[in-house]
Design a protein around this ligand. Structure first.
Ligand code: SAH
Ligand code: SF4
Length: 396
């Protein structure tokens, strides 16, 4: 009798990707070709997305013959956590090294009832979609060294898996045993696609990752709990409007006139405000939902009283609320955060027009420090603060 467990691993096809780039449908096709019963697909998915294992050997209820086939067909990568900043009860930043040595970051933000109205054990995770960014907004750390590459779908989804795995390890070290969290009680229940990179410039991989994150067989995070932030890629916003899911959209506006946007966001020369506005109106029409306008307050650039009216007009047209975010200074760049009183004056003036707006003062700079700053500090240590930090704040 032939014992297939002894069979050598089949040659992995040269283009074989990571198994977490697959959907339930493509996995089921492969399992059918292998004459494996369909329930094995669900067992596999349980290991990947509920138990979040990162080795074939850990999948103990799959026959070793099947594990060999899987290992021969796909890789099962993980992101290496090289640095973590922040304490358990505050915003925590994670720096990941990818297999090619590139680094990206994610930021875990505990639920703040004032911002999100959620229970205290819930978290929002801000994830990256590219290594670097090609869009070169003048104030942003992510674009400083240009664009390096797109993240694969599994590298996007892997940031959530990696953080949940890290959290489970921490909890176990603290005496808890939450290795297996049912879907309904995940650590991460809100996603903001606002880390490094321009998500809509990595559209296909982003959609594949979000579908895995959203799917009941994947991580079960509701589409309404996922916000995609873009600097304004008008044609991609229109494309997103045609997708079946109700993802939320945030526009990084930062200026309500072409004069201001042209000064700080090169993307505005390609897709000026009129084109961006039309695309947002199309999104609104298709999805029936308002988007959010993100507006960094930059001292002397976009924070004068004269900027309030065009911003209010645009927000009203788009039925959008406005998030005002005092700029988080980036070392080496000339831009400054306005005085708190000036931020408040701007917010008050905008509220007076009837537009809904928030001004993130407390923790604001923490929450919005996602964009490439930790990577910058690690890759260019001489340019900023030293790497040595108290061990309680640094992993490893
Ligand atoms: N590329 C996308 C998503 C990543 S940037 C976009 O631009 O929307 C996420 C948000 O962080 C954007 O609104 C961006 O403008 C903002 N941001 C970048 N650098 C910042 C800084 N130093 N302080 C505050 N917000 C910043
Ligand atoms: Fe890229 Fe967004 Fe940073 Fe602009 S703000 S450089 S689009 S990551």
């Amino acid at each position: 009798m032939t014992d297939t467990t002894e069979a050598p691993h089949p040659q992995k096809p040269a283009d074989s990707g990571d198994i977490r780039d697959e959907t339930r449908t493509t996995l089921a096709q492969q399992f059918a070709d292998w004459k494996e019963p369909d329930y094995r697909v669900d067992q596999l998915l349980e290991w990947l997305y509920a138990r979040r294992v990162d080795s074939w050997a850990a999948m103990s209820n799959l026959p070793s013959r099947l594990r060999s086939l899987l290992a021969g067909r796909w890789s099962l990568g993980s992101l290496e956590l090289v640095r973590k900043q922040g304490s358990r009860d505050s915003t925590q930043k994670f720096l990941w090294r990818l297999h090619d040595g590139s680094m990206v970051e994610s930021v875990l933000i505990p639920a703040n009832p004032a911002l999100y109205g959620e229970a205290a054990d819930r978290h929002t995770l801000c994830v990256s979609t590219q290594v670097g960014c090609a869009y070169g907004c003048r104030f942003c750390a992510s674009g400083l060294d240009g664009w390096k590459r797109n993240l694969a779908p599994w590298e996007i989804a892997g940031q959530i898996l990696g953080i949940e795995r890290w959290h489970a390890r921490e909890a176990m070290a603290g005496g808890e045993s939450p290795n297996h969290r049912p879907h309904g009680t995940r650590l991460v229940n809100n996603l903001v696609i606002m880390g490094m990179g321009e998500p809509l410039a990595n559209y296909d991989h982003l959609m594949r990752a979000l579908r895995t994150l959203n799917a009941p067989w994947g991580m079960g995070i509701g589409a309404r709990k996922i916000t995609i932030s873009t600097s304004g890629l008008a044609p991609r916003i229109r494309q997103l409007a045609e997708e079946p899911e109700q993802f939320r959209l945030a526009i990084s506006l930062h200026g309500a006139t072409d004069a201001v946007r042209d000064q700080i966001m090169p993307v505005n020369r390609k897709f000026p405000l009129a084109q961006l506005t039309e695309a947002c109106l199309h999104y609104l029409e298709r999805k029936g939902k308002m988007s959010t306008l993100e507006y960094i307050l930059l001292d002397g650039v976009n924070d004068s009283p004269a900027e309030v009216k065009p911003l209010a007009d645009l927000a009203r047209r788009l039925h959008a609320k406005v998030n005002l975010i005092p700029y988080n200074a980036v070392e080496g760049l000339p831009w400054k955060r306005p005085e708190e009183s000036r931020c408040k004056r701007f917010a008050d003036a905008l509220s007076h027009t009837g537009v809904t707006c928030t001004l993130r003062l407390e923790k604001g700079h923490d929450i919005d420090a996602a964009c490439g700053q930790l990577r910058l500090k690690t890759e260019r240590p001489s340019a900023t603060e030293p790497l040595a930090r108290p061990t309680s704040e640094t992993t490893p």
